[in-house]
Ligand binder design. Structure first.
Ligand SMILES: Cc1cc2nc3c(=O)[nH]c(=O)nc-3n(C[C@H](O)[C@H](O)[C@H](O)COP(=O)(O)O)c2cc1C
Ligand code: SF4
Length: 516
């Protein structure tokens, strides 16, 4: 009997040789005349164990990892395709502490199913959300999303249900759903993992959004740096159309929905919603002044829901399990789960979906296991390149939108980038200003000019020139950028800069006492 093996084809697994492992397994099985079939999945998100091979057994799957092509013959010697003992044997994946501690809702199927099998998607709960959505009708769907407490997972944390309600209540002949999969934040990969590991959940989420607000067309804007995600999602779209999951009269209903894939042009600012709309319309990605909000006047001047990919991909499970189920998880006004992406200099990097409320210390020290270099953790940048640096002294901060805001930080898209004690925080502050200077769309002066002046001022501090005067100048400049910028690129660059100066004064030629 043919034994089924599972091996990720996610970009993270490919980067560490998953394709070469697949080729080695096929060759070895052929040489030994053993019948195996390899199902290529997404990643479960335990990146330090990739490529992670799983073997189907009567007792469930057994994992091995990280597997290299050189390990393959030894695995067969140990009994493969039967899951025999081997130094790389990890046991049942769901028993691994990193997975066991998670609450997987949005990522429930990721790493388990063949991302391009609609039958597999349905067998693992797919399209139950749409079924319920059709029974609730547009107003009922919006109500359910409002009640779930889901907030935008792209950065600003705006309540998704309220955004949908605004679009639903704005009269127009044509409305749009736009999925923001530009995923420009450092240390983030949740959007990519869905696109490569469970693309139908996004198609289902966007279809539900379309029905809810009265839109019949959606666009998915994927960053150009994601060639594997683009290819997988394009194939998923074709499969969905062939199966009548997209197009006219979805699931025999009165609703139609189409999705078009667009590839971004490689600018960080194109992740900002209005710059993204400009880009979609074929213009240079430059930020639009608000109002009007995209919900009133968005793509091609029509009411538009623009949501992060994770926000949209969280909707099917909310509809399938009910708003109360989702809202019962979390802390304060941060409801449900968040795919926390642990990256940088960390031992156990990957995607950890959990209810809001863990402390930063639990995430970095317990779950992440500290640094990969084994040196002490000195700083964590939370929320991408515009997020604050947190020192160990703030590791008691609960992972929650309001708690991070209260400490001058942000959760953003859920990225955490870990640094050990060799990091130079003055260089990181310079990098933040330089990043803003490079990525600025140029529309407003505080960002366009302020960031370039900011690099110059940090350079003077690093060189030890008039340190106190230049620190006062950079603080003043940060205030101007924070309050005078048109969008969060210029407006949030002060967060990494000022958090570095505040929490790591010694790197700026200051003592902690002088900084106070
Ligand atoms: C400079 C900049 C870059 C951004 N990049 C992204 C991005 O890559 N992906 C994303 O979903 N949101 C990004 N955002 C946030 C979007 O403007 C917007 O808030 C989000 O797409 C709304 O979706 P949500 O409510 O589901 O989070 C960015 C914002 C700024 C200011
Ligand atoms: S803050 Fe920067 S990116 Fe945003 S509108 Fe102004 S110049 Fe453009």
């Amino acid at each position: 009997m043919t034994v089924r093996l599972y091996l990720p084809r996610d970009a993270a697994a490919l980067a560490v040789g998953a394709d070469r492992v697949a080729t080695a397994i096929e060759a070895e099985a052929k040489a030994r005349d053993l019948p195996v079939s390899i199902v290529r999945t997404g990643s479960r998100g335990l990146f330090w164990l990739e490529p992670m091979l799983e073997v189907e057994t009567p007792a469930g799957r057994i994992a091995y990892g990280p597997v290299t092509p050189a390990d393959v013959a030894g695995l067969f010697d140990a009994g493969l395709p039967v899951a025999g003992p081997h130094p790389l044997r990890l046991g049942r994946p769901e028993d691994l502490p990193f997975l066991k501690r998670q609450t997987r809702l949005t990522f429930a199927r990721c790493g388990i199913v063949d991302p391009l099998s609609l039958a597999g998607y349905r067998a693992h709960g797919g399209y139950r959300g749409l079924e319920r959505a059709l029974s609730l009708g547009p107003a009922g769907i919006v109500d359910e999303v409002v009640k779930s407490g889901l907030r935008g997972r792209g950065g600003a944390g705006f309540p998704t249900g309220i955004k949908w309600k605004t679009v639903a209540e704005t009269p127009a002949a044509r409305k749009y759903i736009v999925c923001n999969a530009d995923e420009g934040d450092s240390g983030t990969f949740a959007d990519r993992m869905i696109l490569e590991g469970d693309p139908f959940v996004l198609i289902e989420g966007m279809t539900i959004a379309g029905i809810a607000v009265g839109a019949t067309k959606g666009f998915v804007y994927i960053r150009s740096e994601y060639p594997d995600a683009i290819a997988t999602f394009a194939r998923a779209l074709r499969i969905a159309y062939d199966d009548a999951c997209l197009g006219p009269r979805i699931a025999g209903s009165v609703y139609s929905f189409d999705i078009e894939l667009r590839v971004g042009a490689g600018a960080y600012v194109c992740g900002e919603e209005t710059a993204l709309l400009e880009s979609l319309e074929g213009r240079r990605g430059q930020v639009r002044a608000k109002p009007p909000l995209p919900a009133h006047k968005g793509l091609f001047g029509q009411p538009t829901v623009i949501n992060n990919l994770v926000s949209l991909a969280s909707v099917p499970v909310i509809l399938a399990e009910g708003a109360e189920h989702y809202a019962a998880l979390g802390l304060g006004r941060s409801r449900g789960t968040m795919p926390i992406q642990i990256a940088g200099n960390v031992k156990h990097g990957g995607l950890f979906e959990a209810a809001f409320g863990l402390t930063l210390g639990e995430i970095i020290d317990d779950i992440g296991g500290g640094t990969a270099t084994g040196r002490p953790v000195r700083a964590v940048q939370a929320g991408g390149p515009l997020g604050a640096y947190f020192p160990r002294a703030l590791f008691d901060t609960p992972y929650d939108y309001e708690a991070f805001t209260a400490r001058n930080g942000l959760i953003g898209h859920g990225g955490l980038v870990v640094f050990d004690d060799s990091v130079d925080m003055a260089r990181q502050a310079r990098f933040a200003m330089e990043f803003c200077a490079i990525e600025s769309c140029g529309k407003c002066t505080p960002c366009r000019l302020g960031s370039t002046r900011g690099v110059e001022v940090v350079d003077r501090i690093i060189a030890g020139r008039d340190v106190e005067a230049n620190l006062a100048l950079i603080e003043d400049l940060c205030q101007t950028m924070k309050f005078g910028s048109l969008c969060a690129l210029g407006g949030f660059t002060p967060y990494p800069v000022m958090s570095a100066i505040t929490h790591f004064p010694e790197d700026f030629g200051r003592t902690a006492a002088a900084a106070a």
